[in-house]
Design a protein around this ligand. Sequence first.
Ligand code: ACM
Length: 386
Amino acid sequence: MSIPENWKVGILFSTSGVTSIIEKSQLNGSLLAIDEINARGGVRGRKIQPISYNPGSVVSRYGEMAEKLIVDDKITVLFGCYMSSSRKEVLPVVERRNALFFYPTLYEGFEYSPNVIYGGATPNQNSVPLANYLMNTFGKRIFFVGSDYIYPHESNRVMRNVLRQGGGEILDERYLSFNTNSEGFAKIAREILEMKPDAIFSTVVGQMCIDFYSAYHEAGGDGDTCPIASLTANEAEIAAIGTEAAFGHITAAPYFRAINSPANRKFLKAYNQKFGTLRDVTSCCEAAYSQMHMFAAALEEVGEMDTEGLHDALLCSAFDAPQGQIKIDPDNNHTYLQSRIARVDESGEFVIKTKVRRAIKPDPYLVYPEIHDQSFRTQKVVQSKP
Ligand code: ACM
């Protein structure tokens, strides 16, 4: 009897370079889901086989490697990318070649492609609740700082609009290049402290996030009284920043490792068994894990790697993710997600402070940008350890 051929999927996460800390966690999430799918017999009796390349956090390489996966390796389903600039490289490739691309990362919105399934939060799912929380808890004078590329520029444009609706004031808006040195981080930290904001909204990513938070602490910044708030700072980066420098800072995301639910405990147990640590379980890792499972369910239904067939099967499909139930919105290929806000405590762990009551419909074009929309009503969370 011949062994059935594997289902090959392409994976593009960087294991080196500026965003490797988070992309490794996304790779791990994908690989864990593949293990689980294969352990229960694969899809229609065939295993899923990842073909993985390392773009080294070099933006142009994501497009080149996507082309290689599709043309040379003959793979039509791809997973990958963290930075929006890398997604923008892959986008024309998957559209031209009619491949299906899963993107498990929060981003700035204002995009739709029939070839992309978006698994991370859009601004209405993270920025809007975060703006409310910051203004209600700390005050209305906010300083923006970001890495110099599309996600920070666009996210700040959206955040500026949302904050202004609630009477917020943006004190300044600064961007740091990817080759900023330690003096550059120290200088911006001093400038921020001189302006005495109520809070800082940071879209500084990857290794730069670690450098910036550390510089802020060294310059005398105090997360307790003037926190840095982010959509990306995650468990792996917070661990690298260190407990003292990370204390008090805030992140808005659909998932935190600290969620105390049966689905999350099961996920963490499986992750720990495979990788021997929970240090790098992040919201983007969880999104990558969930997207792989949703793909496998769609493939089970369709039975072939047909882009249109898989796309149709994915629309409206739901998954009991570690964050809670999620589903793909047939209106826009994005995902209904939970929305939480967490703060780093004295032991360096995120403690969830608020949670929006139900999964929020993705609104990538911010058609309904109302800051006081009822769907953003939050509930306070009294948290116990998972
Ligand atoms: C991002 O660049 N979408 C984090």
